[in-house]
Write a protein that binds this ligand. Sequence first.
Ligand code: ADP
Ligand code: MG
Length: 705
Amino acid sequence: MEDSIRDCKLCDIFGTHVFDDRLMQERLPEETYRELKKVIDEGRMLDAKLAEVVANAMKDWAVSMGATHYTHWFQPLNGCTAEKYESFMSTTSGGGAIMEFSGKMLIKGESDASSFPSGGLRCTFEARGYTMWDPTSPAFLKEDKSGVTLCIPTAFCSYTGESLDEKTPLLRAAKALETQSLRLLHLFGDHQVKHVRASVGAEQEYFLIDLDTFQKREDLKLCGRTLFGARPPKCQEMDDHYYASLGERVSLFMKEIDEELWSMGVSAKTKHNEAAPCQHELAPIFTVDNISADQNQLIMETLHRVALRHRLVCLLHEKPFAYVNGSGKHNNWSLITDDGQNLFEPGDNPYDNAKFLLFLCAVIRAIDLYAPLLRAAASSAGNDQRLGGYEAPPSIVSLCLGESILSVLRRVAGEPGTEDYQKDTVVDFGIPTLPQMAVDATDRNRTSPFAFTGSKFEFRMLGSSMSVSWVNATLNTMVAESLDYIATRLEKSRDFDGDIVGLIREIYEKHGRIIYNGNSYDPDWPAEAAKRGLPCINDAVSGAKTLVHPRALQLFDRYGVCRESEMRAREEVMLERYGKHVLIEARTMVRMVNREIYPAVMRYATEVADSLTKIRSHHFPASSQEKRLEFLSRKLDELDRYTVQLGVLCESTTALTDMEERAARCRDVVLPLMHQIRGIADALELIVDKARWPIPSYQDILFNV
Ligand code: ADP
Ligand code: MG
């Protein structure tokens, strides 16, 4: 049996490029291994001597695998991963070279890094940023034709210790969540539990299009999405792409993706075609939030890299094409203890189930109190194009619990007409005043932004290109605050059972408004949500503002996740990125109209005009040519007028130095004008000679792989 498992290719490949626990055990002296485990598992300080031994073992392994370089691999606030390669080479006095990698090189890198967004946390004259080894996320090897590189996951901070990256707040929030979870668990007598970690599984959607087609579109190359494109006769209405069998080209691509990811220790598990033509999804098996966030970056990077090998391009933009679904990223989140309990799974004994309900209530309370922060975590110019379009959750955060759990809460709260659920599996809470509950883990509601799906929560608002770090840092912090609230109450309790029931009731009554099991795409839902007082944040500019709301500042500061300066920096970076994003799109649009679309339409109009004159000269009827010419010249005129306006607007908007003002101008004036221009160009595409149309159409792109 063991042999047959080992025989399979997957097992041979899996983790071969990771400096994982197995390798550490194999390559480190026993004492060093034990110390390193303490650093990793218990967050102990890392001492220089230990780092020296680990660095050496890591280098020996990497070199044996063909590595010549190493890089501190980190995630600045620009949405990408960053790496600066250093070779292991060191010269000797005799003129030779040796491979060297010290503990110091492993632990800390100094990066000039003045071009990364810092939201004003660093001025360029003191631009020092530091990368610090994160021993909790394993180092791995990246291999391509150019060679093998040892990648060391690192955090990136300023000289003064402020976070400038995605990883640092997540690590800090994980700590806060653990501390507060343990307080509650210990009240339940779970003293054996030493660690609680948020587990995350991120489902990744993407588009895959042909490289040659891609290269013919400036908008795809510069903006990652199409700024023009008439509706094709067929989109996704036949549902014939969703879960369809994979074409050979895509299948080969996915096979390589799987193998590359497996080798780097990413447990790519599911793959399938998604709803839109050319759209696909990949999901790994969940793991600790920090590692999952790193792995998701690696997944996105690998998708890009491997696609090119197949003359394909992977689009991670949230809405590359109008008329078909955009791409999201579902963030599955749960709390798991070091003794293997999933705190969101009703357990085997009644007390476990009371515990389950309390953890659930912590989430309910957190989502209601801090919904705008979750919405902010899913905010970007790209995701604005997708949210609320009846294909993704609306801009209102709500929580879907499913009927069985909701019925328990309603009964605890003493709502009339909430009779028990009589289903096969009934869970006993052991506290007489808590009703029995039928476990109904199936989630049929795919429209909810935040859904309880049996043993985890699924946040569905994230955009496909986003890092999952900040949303999990946010989620961890807000739930930590709720657990703090609950634990503080119960630690003082003299009637534990009674107070549990009281707390559940109180939280349901105060925060139950966030629970909505209905269809979130229902046009009546926004009005109902407004009646409940739930906030609706429509765009990323408003989303960014929520980060500096006094309540947000207090929350993140209190749990040591982000200081005020860091929150302000994040807001600034978000606004700046939003403005830049929209302005790049607007400038691309102006160029495409002026240099491609306008000239093409003019040439076609001239042909129609020639034809009109010639046919008339023979005294034949030419009214269709006349109508067409009239339409073409009128639309050309409009197109030109608006494009000139957009060009001027780009300049005046770029000149604004206040990032919020610039972002708001982009949202309120630039994007609506771009929408108008697109409308005109798309109307023209539908009547201009196909041979004359200068860029590939939606059909050419979407039905070509
Ligand atoms: P869907 O029905 O949305 O496709 P799946 O059950 O396939 O959901 O799971 C999707 C993702 O959720 C996967 O990445 C999976 O590993 C992850 N997942 C499953 N259980 C948990 C959990 N307890 N905590 C976090 N993620 C989980
Ligand atoms: Mg899902």
